[in-house]
Design a protein. Structure first.
Lengths: 131, 137
């Protein structure tokens, strides 16, 4: 596979990582995602890693960078579905994924994203405000 | 009784795709040994970190993956070798956050934490050999 597909669903971008990524593929995903956010004005990104059997420091760093870059571009990122064995290993590796919001599954991740969109509309005046 | 190694497999580390193949091969070894999912994930993650280091800092090299028997224990042993510039200060390289590249500096220290036994032999200008063992608990 040359690229990880990115799906658009309303204001959100959805990514399901289903392959064991080499580093260049992970970097391409990061570039593709930030490009799509900038071009399409997405307000949320959901990354499903339930198929990933391993997250090492490189993939962990990529997830953190995607979250950071998306935030600057106005989108929240939620990483969902991390396997317990992956979480245990990540912590022992020394990576806490600080700054990355996580949720147990896709459903909860979507709830988080919807809630953060509502919140920012209430704060800054989105379509539902009086401005 | 001395430890005996068998079922060895030797794989090259020349490109990023090789790192993925190494992860998968180490996973197969750990699975065949009947390791728990957490233990499998730990040794695979350690392998990924060291394989990447071998590629980036060592200029590529080889890994030998084998089953190790030291009665009554069994485990997976990984031996990474490169002919790169070597690691001048191993203690410093093992510290979290230390990197000469643009990574997070968690690779060596993290891989050591994820292994039961961990050894680095490095000579400046000659290369580096890193040995990891994870025993089946």
């Amino acid at each position: 596979m040359d690229r990880i597909p990115i799906l658009k669903m309303g204001p959100f971008l959805l990514v399901t990582i289903q392959v064991d990524m080499h580093d260049r593929l992970a970097m391409m995903l990061q570039e593709d995602l930030t490009g799509r956010i900038a071009a399409g004005g997405a307000t949320g990104v959901l990354i499903d890693i339930s198929s990933l059997e391993m997250v090492d420091s490189f993939i962990g760093r990529m997830l953190g960078e995607i979250a950071g870059m998306s935030r600057i571009l106005g989108a929240e990122t939620v990483v969902v579905g991390m396997q317990p064995s992956v979480a245990i290993t990540l912590v022992e590796l020394g990576l806490s994924l600080k700054g990355v919001r996580t949720a147990l599954n896709v459903e909860r991740g979507m709830e988080l994203l919807r809630a953060s969109v509502d919140e920012s509309e209430a704060t800054y005046g989105g379509p539902g405000s009086q401005r | 009784m001395a430890a005996q190694a068998h079922n060895a497999e030797r794989l090259p580390i020349r490109a990023q795709e090789d790192v993925v193949l190494i992860r998968q091969t180490v996973r197969d070894f750990a699975k065949q040994l009947g390791m728990s999912l957490v233990d499998q994930t730990k040794i695979v993650t350690a392998a990924s970190e060291i394989a990447r280091n071998t590629l980036i800092y060592g200029g590529g090299g080889w890994v030998r993956i084998e089953v190790l028997e030291s009665n009554p224990r069994r485990g997976v042993r990984l031996i990474f070798e490169d002919q790169g510039p070597g690691i001048p200060d191993i203690e410093r390289a093992l510290q979290d956050g230390f990197t000469t590249g643009n990574g997070l500096g968690l690779g060596l220290g993290g891989a050591r934490r994820l292994s039961n036994e961990f050894e680095i032999v490095s000579r400046p200008g000659e290369g580096t050999r890193i040995t990891l063992i994870r025993w089946k608990l």
